[in-house]
Design a protein around this ligand. Structure first.
Ligand SMILES: *Cc1c(COP(=O)(O)O)cnc(C)c1O
Length: 357
């Protein structure tokens, strides 16, 4: 018998989530963001369930090539552009659309020879200060690119830093509008949060990532609970041992949990080497037999301990859901002080993954 842990991916949830996003942004095309191997789900496993998308966006050349070679004929956008001038050969060969965010990339384009013009996403730094040209330079950079025979279509692009929080998008929208005041052409601005909550940012192409996988960009499940989005990944394991503690007994490394009274606990085959967050404190939710219970003590490499008080019938072999259809990954992430993004992308290679409809 293999260890009982496994992740199951619901392909119907994935394609339904894409439909939900279509409904939310009906006038925009959709770049389905599949960076980080589709947020930990595996691009090759899942891309066909997103084939109704208009394009796929990612940032790793190996992932782009893998997607192309597995049969996707449509647009592929490199969100961080190319990392060296040599990469332009791959962009030409695999017909990739590339972000341009820095002057050296323009020089590289000037010196390149392509079999056909390359489509460009020109990045505006509207305040996040990671990638892109300042708004005041966008018009002249756009003119420069427009004049190059190597360049095909140019789309203006920017990325929001606070679309998931109280600050919103207004400040950055002003910068973006100013940058593109005299430029006619398509725009792509909205990540998941902006797609959900700021329709005026939708423009020509939205770029949703996390919502495709059924988790919340704000980290709070209640923010998307009524949207029709469904979790794609369910991580399950089983109880592989049980203990009955007496008052004062401690549990696990550093004995960080101490029983106040007699208490039955289950040992679950899931630890931080499976991608479960080691920082999840006592009280992080897990789901078993239709009820929520909690972790106790320090998460170990291979196991965690859980309280069986609310589910006395649970025993060795009982199935435990760590996150998924019954327990939003956002709730687990919140307890662990992080976001669903980090938990999903951290799923470890040793966890077997199966896909279902
Ligand atoms: C990751 C990323 C996205 C998608 O972000 P989500 O919050 O997952 O929707 C969109 N655009 C860019 C440039 C990104 O890097």
């Amino acid at each position: 018998m293999p260890r009982p842990i496994s992740a199951t991916l619901s392909l119907s949830a994935l394609s339904q989530n894409l439909q939900v996003i279509r409904g939310i942004a009906p006038r925009s095309k959709i770049w389905s963001v599949v960076k980080a191997d589709a947020y930990g789900h595996g691009i090759r496993r899942i891309w066909k369930s997103l084939a109704a998308t208009d394009g796929f966006a990612l940032l790793d050349f190996n992932e782009a090539i893998s997607l192309r070679e597995s049969g996707w004929q449509g647009p592929i956008l490199l969100l961080e552009g190319f990392f060296s001038p040599q990469d332009l050969t791959l962009i030409d060969q695999y017909r990739l659309t590339t972000t341009v965010h820095s002057d050296w990339q323009i020089e590289a384009l000037k010196n390149a020879t392509f079999s056909q013009p390359v489509n460009i996403y020109l990045k505006i730094n509207s305040g996040m200060n990671r990638f892109g040209f300042p708004p005041t330079r966008i018009e002249s950079v756009w003119q420069t690119l427009k004049a190059l025979p190597q360049v095909g279509d140019i789309t203006l692009m920017s990325h929001f830093a606070h679309a998931d929080g109280p600050e919103g998008v207004d400040g950055q929208m002003q910068q973006i509008l100013a940058a593109g005041e005299n430029i006619v052409g398509p725009r792509s601005l909205a990540n998941s949060a902006a797609t959900l909550w700021y329709p005026h940012t939708h423009a020509d192409w939205v770029r949703p990532g996390i919502v495709l996988y059924g988790a919340s960009p704000s980290g709070k499940w209640r923010d998307i609970a009524d949207s029709g989005l469904r979790p794609v990944m369910t991580l399950r394991s089983e109880i592989i041992a049980c203990q009955t503690l007496q008052a004062g007994d401690r549990v696990g490394y550093s004995g960080r949990y101490r029983a106040a009274q007699a208490q039955r606990i289950g040992i679950v085959a899931c630890g931080y080497a499976d991608g479960y967050p080691r920082h999840a404190p006592t009280g992080t939710p897990v789901w078993i037999d239709g009820v929520r219970t909690v972790t106790l003590g320090t998460i170990a490499m291979d196991v965690m301990m859980i309280d069986l008080t609310p589910c006395p019938q649970a025993d060795i072999g009982s199935v435990v859901e760590l996150w998924g259809g019954n327990l939003p990954v956002d709730d687990v992430a919140t307890a662990a002080g992080t976001l669903g993004y980090e938990l999903l992308t951290a799923l470890a290679p040793r966890v077997p993954v199966t896909v279902t409809e």
